[in-house]
Ligand binder design. Structure first.
Ligand SMILES: C[C@@H](O)CC(=O)SCCNC(=O)CCNC(=O)[C@H](O)C(C)(C)COP(=O)(O)OP(=O)(O)OC[C@H]1O[C@@H](n2cnc3c(N)ncnc32)[C@H](O)[C@@H]1OP(=O)(O)O
Length: 707
């Protein structure tokens, strides 16, 4: 069998151990490598001519991407998982205890177990390659660093910074890593090996630790001080996770026990907690999201049709969405974008949007002002259709007016090339309606972004019946270059995400009209696992936007989408939400915490009654979303349950630890969900009628995913 580790000896006495997993684009750590690694370490220990060791990757631009997540998925028992962690401890301890200097030479991704491997080396040097990132993202998989990271990281960079890395899963760029003391140096890739060899030729004493402030020395240097750190971290975790994610508290416990009772105890605790987490339903759900998104990275959205290259884009409308779309086009995709608006104000907004994003990078020192300015030069502006003949794609992001969009379709077909794609960022209008005036309907497609554009990873790519496969593939590729996760959905009012969101929001509105308070509704759904509650979301999206979409959905999809009439009173009272500072919450005040605008109750003619059980409130809203998601799958609006899960998680923040609507239905059981819906249908009306497919699955006892 081809080897993963190759040991080569240099004349200066330094041995270079190259890791290169055969046939894989990325190095990952697997249990099967154990015997080979032990053999290599034994060879090194027995060869007195070896004066030092450099560990390097044989991959072009990645070091080690962590433990093989598929291997973790294959664990059948906690014992299986615990063995993996303990095996890692043995190997990494052996590496760390070598009598010769061991230096990790890091180029590219060095994540999870990959960083833990590097931490077991005596020193670390990384390259300045743009793909060189270091971190322990296990918490994003519902796990913890199980290869000694919970013990070595705090001892290297300090408890506070180690907890920050492990609890957020943040990835550090080279200069950040040097500043933190995670690596000893960052050098151009061309001299990475040479630098590592020089380090290995020097003695193995660790580089002088970064000087800590007096406060930090006291906090980190005493058990009382450390307990303050641990307690503070525990409080922050509780606030952020609402108790829905077990990994963070276990991470804190590993560090606490290790720092209190020593590294050996710490490693024991780490292996036990790691094992429990690998077997947890939360980690299984989060790992499924990793596999889904990795699989989607390779899909064109149109089978084996090759996408055309997009060398230039145009954005119509420089407002909130247009500015965001133009910004991610230039700053992420590095594709020139020409923004057209009817006035200079819109154009200035788009430029300011991009500049603000880029300047944040300069302030955080991972971008130079020159790179910022060169990237800004990719965005040009115009109030006329000039300089766009060579645009490969035009994205319109103007307000939801069909006549205006029709005019834009005609303008683009007149002013641009015959292959230029017209992509509409509409959030509700059927693409077929927009395309009905096109002389080249095969070039018309929907490309629906979510606000804020630079943060929300999802885009919906909406094909109408005449959209060509090449248009789909090109649009999907363009969105991926923008750093987006696209799902291809079929044409229909509200597409997928807004359609399932609408019923969830309507149910929240019903609960409000029944006397639940605004803050109780929001707290209930945040506790369930959403990033924000429905009333906050409505304020953010815009009450006027919701009111505009509802009748379109009701007209196309049926009266279950009828929004509560009382909400018209909000618009009559000019309540649009954050955008005009009047909504369910107060805006513009000096207080950090948001306060409900109590006058909203009188506008709606309400007096909040007694808030009912939060879980019941959440369940009524969530089952509406689940039921409609099943209808969308049944109607072919989404191609798969996988896409439905990713769309809901990345589009509206459906709780990732539940794996998405379809994974969650599998967890609940279709039969139980039907019973819940039927119970609500009896109590609250036919809007809770279970979807036909759901009833069929309940009767057949089937699931969306293999158990
Ligand atoms: C011991 C404990 O501490 C446990 C751990 O270490 S848990 C694992 C922690 N590591 C991670 O969470 C990193 C996961 N990977 C990524 O974030 C990304 O893959 C990347 C940033 C490393 C690279 O991203 P990108 O350049 O976009 O490449 P892909 O995501 O498409 O990945 C390329 C192929 O590598 C496979 N892969 C990457 N990481 C892992 C992994 N940890 N386990 C298994 N496989 C991994 C990925 O599936 C792709 O495979 P393919 O065959 O090419 O499709």
């Amino acid at each position: 069998m081809e080897k993963t580790f190759n040991l080569s000896r240099r004349e200066d006495g330094i041995a270079v151990l190259t890791m290169d997993v055969p046939g894989e684009t990325m190095n990952t750590l697997r249990s099967e490598f154990g015997p080979e690694i032990s053999e290599v370490l034994a060879e090194i220990k027995s060869d007195s001519s070896i004066k030092g060791l450099v560990l390097i990757s044989g991959k072009q631009d990645s070091f080690v991407a962590g433990a093989d997540i598929s291997m973790l998925d294959a664990c059948k028992t906690a014992e299986d998982a615990k063995f993996l962690s303990q095996q890692g401890h043995v190997v990494f301890n052996e590496l760390e205890n070598l009598s010769i200097p061991v230096v990790a030479a890091i180029n590219g991704a060095c994540l999870g177990g990959g960083l833990e491997l590097a931490l077991a080396c005596h020193k670390r040097v990384c390259s300045l390659h743009p793909k060189t990132m270091m971190g322990v993202p296990e918490v994003q998989l519902g796990l913890l660093p199980g290869g000694g990271g919970t013990q070595r990281l705090p001892r290297l960079v300090g408890v506070t910074k180690a907890l920050d890395m492990m609890l957020t899963g943040k990835q550090l760029r080279p200069k950040q890593a040097v500043k933190l003391g995670l690596v000893d140096d960052a050098v151009p890739e061309s001299i990475l090996l040479r630098t590592a060899v020089e380090m290995a030729l020097a003695d193995k004493r660790p580089t002088k630790k970064k000087k800590q402030s007096i406060v930090n020395q006291v906090l980190e240097g005493t058990s009382a001080g450390r307990n303050i750190i641990f307690d503070q971290a525990t409080k922050q975790v509780a606030k952020k996770t609402q108790g829905n994610y077990p990994a963070p508290n276990k991470i804190i416990d590993c560090v606490r026990q290790g720092m209190t009772k020593g590294m050996i105890k710490g490693l024991e605790v780490e292996a036990s907690h790691f094992a429990e987490l690998v077997m947890s339903k939360e980690s299984a759900a989060l790992r499924s999201i990793f596999f889904a998104t990795t699989e989607m990275k390779k899909e064109t959205g149109a089978g084996d049709v090759e996408p055309r290259q997009v060398k230039k884009a145009m954005v119509l409308g420089g407002g909130l969405m247009g500015g965001g779309i133009a910004s991610v086009t230039t700053t992420k995709a590095k594709i020139p974008a020409r923004v057209k608006d009817i006035n200079e104000a819109g154009l200035s907004n788009a430029l300011a949007y991009a500049y603000k994003l880029l300047d944040k990078g300069v302030k955080r020192r991972h971008m130079t002002p020159a790179v910022r300015d060169n990237t800004m030069a990719l965005m040009t502006t115009t109030t006329e259709y000039k300089g766009i003949k060579d645009a490969d794609i035009v994205v319109e992001a103007v307000f939801e007016d069909l006549a205006l969009k029709h005019q834009m379709v005609k303008d683009v077909e007149r002013e641009c090339g015959e292959n230029t794609i017209f992509a509409s960022n509409t959030s509700s209008l059927p693409i077929s309606q927009i395309a009905e005036v096109a002389s080249r309907p095969e070039n018309v497609i929907g490309l629906h972004y979510f606000s804020p554009v630079e943060k929300m990873p999802l885009v919906e790519v909406i094909a109408h019946e005449k959209t060509s496969a090449e248009t789909i593939a090109t649009t999907v590729a363009f969105a991926k270059k923008q750093g987006k996760t696209p799902i291809v959905v079929q044409d229909g009012a509200g597409f997928y995400v807004n359609r399932i969101l609408a019923l969830y929001m309507n149910e929240a509105a019903q609960l409000l009209l029944e006397g639940q308070s605004v803050e109780h509704l929001d707290k209930a759904l945040v506790k369930f696992g959403f990033p924000v509650g429905p009333m906050t979301l409505l304020d953010e999206v815009g009450i006027d936007v919701g009111a505009k979409i509802s009748p379109i959905l009701e007209n196309e999809l049926g009266e279950r989408f009828m929004a509560p009439a009382a909400f018209d009173k909000l618009l009559a009272d000019d309540r649009k939400g954050r955008k005009n500072g009047k909504g369910f919450y107060l805006y513009g005040g000096k207080k950090k915490t948001k306060e409900v605008d109590e006058t909203v109750y009188s506008v709606l003619g309400l007096k909040p009654g007694v808030d009912t059980e939060a879980s019941e409130v959440a369940q009524r809203c969530v089952v509406q979303m689940l039921n409609e998601a099943v209808r969308c799958l049944d109607e072919g609006i989404i191609a798969s349950a996988r896409d439905g899960d990713i769309g809901a998680i990345f589009g509206i923040g459906f709780p990732p630890f539940l794996g998405g609507p379809f994974h969650y239905i599998d967890t609940l059981g279709a039969g139980n969900l039907v019973k819940m819906l039927e119970n609500y249908q009896t109590r609250y009306g036919d809007r809770f009628e279970p979807a036909a497919k759901l009833k069929q699955m309940a009767s057949e006892g089937t699931r969306f995913f293999d158990a």
